[in-house]
Design a protein around this ligand. Sequence first.
Ligand code: C5P
Length: 232
Amino acid sequence: MGKDVIVACDFASAEQTFAFLDKFQGRKPFVKIGMELYYAEGPSIVKEIKKRGHKIFLDLKLHDIPNTVKKSMAVLSNLDVDITNLHAGGTIRMMEAAIEGLTRPDGTRPLLIAVTQLTSTDQESMEKDLLIKEPIDKVVMHYAHNAKLAGLDGVVCSPLEAGKVHEICGKEFLTITPGVRFADGDVGDQKRVMTPAQAKEIGSDYIVVGRPITAAEDPVAAYERCIKEFVD
Ligand code: C5P
């Protein structure tokens, strides 16, 4: 899979999601389904969006003992998603178990991506709450490297970290970057943002874009603008 724009469908119901996707008519954007929508609608939402011909990034961020993650990943693999993810904080052994669970009898599997430190975690909360004393950038790169060692395909990271991740883990190691905003758009609650063009420049493989598309007056035009800036 090459560079693409993944639309974060952060909706509370299938009804809202389909009303949004219907606007795209013939176009089939790559879609991210997160916890809110998945917990509201269950696996049927994945199957229905897949049936409509979209690629799917199922963003459920698994984190549990290796055996549980392995078995759960086998279930997600059967849903035929294209990308799914977990927390690198679950250790290398958990990530290896995830790959085992995800791999189908014919050897194929969805891409598996790690979350390093959430962008809502800062140096202070990491030190105080998690007792991790190293600088957060170092922790993020260490977790990315662990993901690479475990055989994962990439990480979710800030566009600002994408270049460094590629330096440490190789060019083929995928970087999926949220926090994307148009130059003339609203930043909202995102702290460190980049435009689609800047994310392309810095080497992100996929950008995840939510509100700049979902809340736009013309979501299809906003999506096309992302594609134009990031892919074309
Ligand atoms: O609406 P917006 O473009 O900010 O949406 C970004 C999407 O990426 C949301 O689904 C959000 O949960 C997700 N995300 C993020 N920052 C991270 C990880 C995921 O914004 N570090």
